[in-house]
Design a protein around this ligand. Structure first.
Ligand code: SF4
Ligand code: SF4
Length: 439
């Protein structure tokens, strides 16, 4: 066993309002430079939705996933001619600029100097349609308006009735915001795919970085990262990615996205893990076992033997202490309410998400905070809009039982807190039955 420390982040999706403050402060800090106009180390995308870059989750190229469609659409703006040709030959599965979006600059003078008009604006994102290639317009937040509702309506036999269709579309609207940064994976495929040895994972804190002096612009890391969180700077010819604000972390400060998050939904912390168990966890045969396998590598920092082993393996005392004080281990492992994004990618991502609960909260309202039966509270989920299968595809490789368990705990905890505020002592039983604890 080799004990190592890893910085990690938990985001509570119920609290994200999609304001993009995190994206803007990150951009001002890290990618406010020529060649990175399209780059958002932190992006906030609407879910269900196409994502950033477009359809990055659609990875099965033999079933029409985006990688197959990108052939011949590459834009290689830098690098010598030979390297461009070689990159095309060896690495044809790069997202093109159109797959992110075309950046633009607002002309703020227009706010005050535009002539008066009696027409309403009908803004559409700049279309990437050319000729007969009739793919729809897109953007990371273009799906806000109807979100998953359209699928509901399409699959409903009442579709023929326009009024019914409109009603269904709006009644079943479900959307949430998913903020994304690099996952600083325990098993990073970007590092494994770099032929120059430029991508590396820091021993001391697990942050994944690019050594720009060694980067030769092959872009294997771009195609190798399943989360598409490595970007290519076409001015410098180098790969760039989220740095987890390592200069701030080294100075004991939070990442800029965490510090400026309006919803205060980002929890930073340190996890202690067994480095020798990582490859085994990443290679369990059944995808549905990956979530459990990922959890199995973490070690309880409250156990004296874990702290001793960490000290023996060179983890600094202040990092061991940070792991003890961190909320991340509690949320990920102890209470199991935070889930990894797409564990089936097998990179063991280190950004965790508490799934959104909002429509279930309605159930608590309708059934009453005093209801001591979480099953009854949770039974209302079927009549609500929350698509458990969709969340399971995002967070547990399709295991709906795990997602339901998390939603049940969160529902019970919310009812408990509400009851406690009202001085109702019976709510503790509700927590117990949902498998959660007041701590
Ligand atoms: Fe590498 Fe992508 Fe994982 Fe980040 S999310 S560590 S870029 S594989
Ligand atoms: Fe969501 Fe916070 Fe980013 Fe706003 S700043 S979009 S609330 S993560």
């Amino acid at each position: 066993m080799k004990v190592m420390a890893q910085v990690a982040m938990v985001m509570n999706l119920d609290k994200c309002i999609g304001c993009h403050t995190c994206s803007v402060t990150c951009k001002q800090t890290w990618t406010n430079r020529p060649g990175t106009e399209y780059v958002w180390f932190n992006n906030v995308e609407t879910k269900p939705g196409t994502g950033y870059p477009r359809r990055y989750e659609d990875q099965d190229r033999w079933k029409g996933g985006w990688t197959l469609n990108r052939r011949g659409r590459l834009r290689l703006r830098s690098g010598g001619r030979v390297r461009k040709l070689l990159t095309l030959f060896y690495n044809p599965e790069l997202p093109a600029l159109d797959d992110f979006y075309e950046p633009w600059t607002y002309d703020y003078r227009s706010l005050t100097t535009a002539p008066l008009s009696d027409r309403f604006t009908s803004a559409r994102p700049k279309s990437q349609l050319t000729g007969r290639d009739m793919r729809p317009v897109h953007g990371p937040n273009w799906d806000d308006d109807l979100a998953g509702a359209q699928d509901h309506a399409r699959s409903d036999p009442n579709l023929k009735d326009l009024g019914e269709r409109v009603r269904l579309e709006f009644e079943h609207t479900f959307m949430f915001y998913l903020p994304r940064i690099c996952e600083h994976c325990l098993n990073p495929s970007c590092v494994a795919s770099c032929p120059s040895g430029a991508m590396y994972k820091r021993e001391e804190d697990g942050i994944v970085l690019v050594d720009e002096d060694r980067c030769r612009g092959w872009r294997m890391c771009v195609s190798g990262c399943p989360y598409k969180k490595v970007y290519f700077n076409h001015r410098t010819g180098k790969a760039e990615k989220c740095t987890f604000c390592y200069p701030r972390i080294e100075a004991g400060q939070p990442t800029i996205c965490s510090e400026t998050c309006v919803g205060r939904l980002r929890h930073l912390g340190v996890l202690l893990y067994d480095a020798d168990a990582v490859l085994h966890a990443a290679s369990v045969p059944d995808e549905k076992d990956l979530y459990e396998a990922q959890l199995s590598v973490f070690l309880d920092p409250d156990e004296p033997w874990v702290r001793e082993a960490a000290a023996r393996d060179g983890v600094p005392p202040d990092w061991i202490e940070a792991a003890r004080r961190s909320p991340v281990y509690d949320l990920v492992e102890r209470h199991r309410v935070a889930l990894p994004l797409h564990p089936e990618y097998r990179t063991l991502p280190m950004v965790w998400y508490v799934p959104p609960l909002s429509p279930v909260a309605d159930a608590v309202h309708t059934t009453g905070h005093h209801d001591d039966d979480p099953d009854r509270i949770f039974a209302a989920i079927d009549e609500l809009r929350i698509p458990v299968e969709y969340l399971a595809n995002l967070f547990t490789a399709g295991d709906t039982a795990v997602v339901e368990g998390v939603l049940r705990k969160l529902t019970a905890l919310r009812a408990h807190m509400r009851a406690r505020q009202l001085g109702d002592p019976t709510s503790a039983a509700l927590l117990e039955r949902a498998g959660a604890s007041a701590a």
